[in-house]
Design a protein around this ligand. Structure first.
Ligand code: FE2
Length: 271
């Protein structure tokens, strides 16, 4: 049985751990928030919109599901401003290019440091606006050079891409990855946010949907370790070479375009 002191400690700690109601409801604090899932790559795509003006953004769309996303945008009567990415993905082709084709007026957006083509390039400190909603761009390199985290201060959440996953983090063994850099990025730009902020990753392989700053500060099995231990863990993961990397990276380098080079389109068909 827990002592009353322990109960107090647990309850104050867990005050921030309750899952956000945001995923359950359509309209919260004037923002429409939808978390969409790709079963094949376990990628989350986020549709965010200003509930009043209907201006919207899609974050980390997947090419195979671009039509699903475009349909939802249409059904909700939204005006999609940006199809944007947290980084240049290795495991899937971004839906940005196809969405531009499906929804005229939509622009692609990615960090300048990613080295990928897009209509709009952002850098650390920039703001991405849609209606009265704003996302702050925070540069969080380490998984790739061009990773960024998008923070909604009003909504008290951040989209962390692959920099921080629920109880994990993105691998650092390709795409100019660096465990040392990732450690700095996560601690200085993500875990420095208020404890109650919800964190939404670009992937989850175990069926979890959201975490909080407070939870990851206590339970992340990698990032709660000292830097040297973290670097050692990351350098010894011995992960398989990503299945789709040879197709995904060249395609994502031109993420603002839909007309893929012929050889790439042929490779895609074979998959
Ligand atoms: Fe990634």
């Amino acid at each position: 049985m827990l002592s009353s002191a322990a109960v107090t400690l647990r309850s104050s700690r867990f005050a921030y751990f309750a899952p956000s109601a945001r995923t359950m409801s359509l309209h919260v604090q004037d923002m429409i928030f939808r978390q969409l899932f790709d079963r094949e790559t376990c990628t989350y795509t986020y549709l965010l919109a200003d509930a009043k003006t209907k201006d919207a953004v899609l974050v980390d769309p997947v090419i195979e599901l671009a039509e699903r996303d475009a349909n939802l945008v249409q059904e909700l009567g939204l005006n999609l401003k940006y199809a944007m990415n947290t980084h240049m993905h290795a495991d899937h082709i971004t839906g940005s290019g196809l969405l531009k084709k499906l929804i005229p007026g939509c622009q692609s957006l990615i960090a300048k440091a990613s080295g990928a083509m897009a209509d709009v390039h952002v850098e650390h400190g920039d703001k991405v606006s849609f209606g009265n909603q704003t996302l702050e761009v925070r540069s969080t390199p380490g998984h790739t050079n061009g990773c960024c985290t998008y923070v909604s201060h009003d909504g008290k959440f951040a989209l962390t891409g692959d920099a921080l996953l629920i109880r994990g983090c993105g691998r650092t063994d390709f795409q100019e990855g660096s465990a040392d850099t990732l450690y700095d990025s996560v601690h200085s730009q993500i875990l420095s946010l208020p404890n109650e902020f919800s964190l939404y990753p670009a992937h989850d392989y175990k069926g979890q949907t959201v975490t909080t700053v407070a939870e990851e500060k206590v339970y992340n099995p990698r990032l709660t370790k000292p830097r040297e231990t973290f670097v050692d863990i990351m350098n010894n993961l011995n992960l398989d070479y990503p299945k789709k990397i040879d197709v995904s990276l060249p395609a994502n380098k031109v993420c603002g375009l839909y007309n893929l080079p012929e050889d790439l389109a042929a490779k895609l068909k074979d998959q």
